[in-house]
Design a protein around this ligand. Structure first.
Ligand code: EPU
Length: 336
């Protein structure tokens, strides 16, 4: 176990607001977790690619750094990998693509750790973590025990899971199991991949996802950001059809359950926010759903931009935009 004090928040969040973190505890195994003093329940952090520290953090932060991969079993068609939470997600994707295994190639280049993947059920280009998840190993602070959660236990939804609700603040994800296919299973329906031939190799798809993401999304190492800032709102078909009477160009993607997902990027774009800035905080010009910090951005400017976007989108369409990114107040509680 490693305990670090008074850390710069910009080293622990890819949005890089300047603040201080009182305590960062790095644990690398279950024994470390068992020794941890949880009287002041710690907030869990991965690589900080979906977390923004609005204020200096008094509550301790804990990161699981163990990163081993084990191949558990293999059959003619499938195999199961057990991966510790501290492994980098994109590194995992690269490893399995190099072994010509199918399932997570569409999720290439998503920043963050393996342990964070189930929390918001990461997704891109028609695939989400839930599609390959076999189980999630979760250490509960109060019972001091490890439990293996099934996919059903995880209650995965669009950028959602049990870890954001019933289990929020109750424990830490230490490993995941994912089931991959040895048989080709291309998912090419999403715009950007739909020009690829169905005979594409897993590596072709991986390369195309990387090229598409690089052309639209800023690299957080060069320009601080946390990816999509808001979730794409999901409307009832009836509400969507009503809105389309006034806004015939409004795009919408039908879901399985009589609902329609509307791209938040379109709503924000239509309200003129592309490239808009409040001091050093702005909407990325190529993808306005991504908010960026040009260097000296502060929480007040970010909160002002969020409010302006939400207000304009609500006024025009009566649609509420919900942040996808986790915004933390000083006591580690979430800012809503
Ligand atoms: N659009 C505009 N203006 C723009 C950009 C996009 O109007 O400047 C509209 C277009 O109609 C476009 C639509 O928005 O067709 C969708 O855009 P895009 O394909 O870029 O995807 P997205 O819905 O904005 C989602 C995920 C991304 C993921 C991509 C690709 C969410 C909140 N975001 O973005 O995930 O990479 O699809 O699958 O679901 C993330 O979660 O951090 C993330 C980047």
């Amino acid at each position: 176990m490693h305990i670090l004090y008074d850390q710069p928040a910009e080293h622990y969040s890819t949005f890089r607001l300047k603040n201080r973190l009182a305590t960062v505890i790095e644990v690398s195994c279950i024994d470390d977790l068992a020794k941890l003093n949880t009287s002041n329940v710690p907030q869990v952090l991965g690589e900080g690619s979906n977390t923004i520290f609005l204020e200096a953090q008094s509550r301790p932060l804990v990161r699981y750094t163990g990163s081993n991969i084990t191949e558990h079993w293999t059959t003619e068609d499938n195999c199961l990998f057990h991966i510790e939470a501290g492994h980098n997600w994109h590194k995992l994707v690269t490893t399995v693509v190099n072994r010509e295994l199918w399932g997570i190639e569409n999720l290439a280049l998503i920043p963050g750790s393996v342990g964070a993947a189930p929390v918001q059920n990461i997704g891109a280009y028609g695939v989400e973590f839930a599609d390959v998840c076999a189980y999630v190993d979760y250490y509960d602070w109060s019972t001091r025990s490890l439990q293996r959660l099934t996919v059903a236990d995880c209650k995965f939804g669009y950028r959602d899971s049990v870890f954001k609700h019933e289990f929020a603040g109750k424990g830490i994800i230490v490993a995941v199991g994912i089931k991959l296919s040895k048989v080709a299973k291309p998912v090419l329906s999403y715009q950007g991949l739909d020009t690829l031939p169905v005979t594409s190799s897993v590596s072709d798809i991986y390369q195309q996802v990387i090229a598409t993401r690089n052309s639209k999304l800023p690299d957080y190492r060069q320009l601080a950001n946390c990816g999509s800032f808001f979730k794409n709102p999901v409307l009832s078909s009836a509400d969507f059809e009503l809105l389309q009477l006034s806004y015939p160009a409004m795009p919408g993607y039908r879901q399985d359950d009589h609902q329609v997902k509307v791209p938040a990027a379109w709503l924000i774009d239509q309200q003129g926010f592309k490239g808009y800035q409040i001091n050093d905080i702005g909407c990325y010009p190529k993808q306005p759903l991504v908010l960026v910090n040009y260097g000296e951005g502060c929480a007040a400017d970010l909160l002002q931009l969020i409010t302006q976007i939400q207000t304009k989108v609500w006024t025009a369409y009566q649609i509420t935009l919900e942040p996808e990114v986790r915004l933390l107040k000083g006591n580690g509680q979430q800012y809503v």
